[in-house]
Design a protein around this ligand. Structure first.
Ligand code: NAD
Length: 295
């Protein structure tokens, strides 16, 4: 078994970004600036935004966090999004999900200027990605594609099963791996909660992407000998063995599955750090006008 060390790769990419930012600054260019919007006091959301702020500091970006109480109205949220759309200093911004139930996430996402949508959630970016146009690609699938690239894991002609069909992970992952590109060119099955005989479907896969959010769902009996396993899931469970009182579990029963597979990502330290660094890469692209040329 070979461990796919997402933390190490993410650190390498951060160093590459930091060098590029340094060059931009030396030439008198503008420092890339990422903003994050967070509503309420969800513990996991706070942690993720904290990681993103830290990563911005590491690569030399400016970052701003806009915090709102969970009684903010949808109208006020739309106004805040509009302000960010029109703020020339902000290159890109993200909306930390989930939002409170009285606010339509879709409505807010669609209000984001696609040019600043560095999370790739806007239908324009998703649509452009699907037809192979330059687009911001959702950070988690983009990070996984980078892992395939850097570990030189062959995807062409492989049978891939993606478990999960969310708009931010499962669906874009399925499209990216099926596209005519490298990595890509795989035969992809998107499995979900209504899939019949999931075990049999998954057991045939050369590559399994587990993105369902059910702790330790994937067990050794579901995995073909020599398969590649990408574990996206993050479930926080109470633990008396950690300082924080929490530990993170993936969607894969690591101990038993790792004995059977060729490659596997750990949780934590696999897909998570790659998600953050992909957001940094998208922000750099926004600052450089790589996806949508600057006006
Ligand atoms: P989601 O809840 O939106 O989607 C889960 C999907 O899994 C659904 O499409 C559902 O059909 C499918 N599913 C649920 N139970 C199933 C079952 N028993 N069998 C088959 N399919 C089933 O979740 P999401 O936003 O895509 O996130 C998935 C997981 O990945 C969560 O644990 C989340 O915390 C984690 N996540 C991690 C990162 C990271 O950076 N590592 C980023 C995003 C999400």
């Amino acid at each position: 078994m070979k461990l796919i060390d997402g933390k190490k790769i993410a650190n390498e990419i951060k160093e590459e970004i930091a060098l590029e930012v340094q060059k931009i600054k030396e030439k008198g260019g503008k420092t890339p600036h990422l903003a994050a919007v967070i509503v309420g006091h969800d513990g996991a959301s706070e942690t993720y935004v904290g990681h993103k702020e830290k990563a911005c500091a590491q690569v030399g970006f400016n970052s701003t966090v806009l915090r709102f109480e969970d009684n903010i109205t949808e109208e006020q949220m739309l106004q805040e999004v509009n302000k960010l759309n029109n703020n020339p200093d902000i290159d890109g911004f993200i909306l930390q999900l989930p939002l409170p139930k009285h606010i339509s996430e879709q409505k807010i996402i669609e209000a984001i200027d696609p040019k600043k949508d560095v999370d790739g959630f806007h239908p324009i970016n998703l649509g452009r990605m699907v037809i192979g146009l330059p687009a911001y690609v959702s950070a988690t699938p983009a990070g996984i594609m980078e892992l395939f690239k850097r570990y030189e894991i062959e995807t062409s002609g492989k049978d891939v099963v993606v478990i999960g069909r969310s708009n931010i992970v499962g669906k874009p992952m399925t499209i990216l791996l099926g596209q005519k590109a490298n990595p890509g060119n795989a035969t992809v099955t998107m499995a979900h909660s209504r899939t019949k005989n999931l075990k049999e479907v998954v057991a045939k896969a050369d590559i399994i992407i587990a993105a369902l959010g059910v702790a330790e769902f994937l067990t050794a009996d579901m995995v073909k000998e020599g398969a590649t396993i990408i574990d996206v899931g993050i479930t926080r469970v109470k633990s008396d063995k950690t300082k924080s009182g929490w530990k993170l579990l993936g969607d894969v029963k690591f101990d038993e599955v790792s004995e059977k597979c060729e490659y596997i990502t750990p949780v934590p330290g696999g897909v998570g750090p790659m998600t953050i660094v992909s957001l940094m890469l998208n922000t750099l692209k926004a600052a450089k006008g790589e996806i949508y040329p600057k006006e």
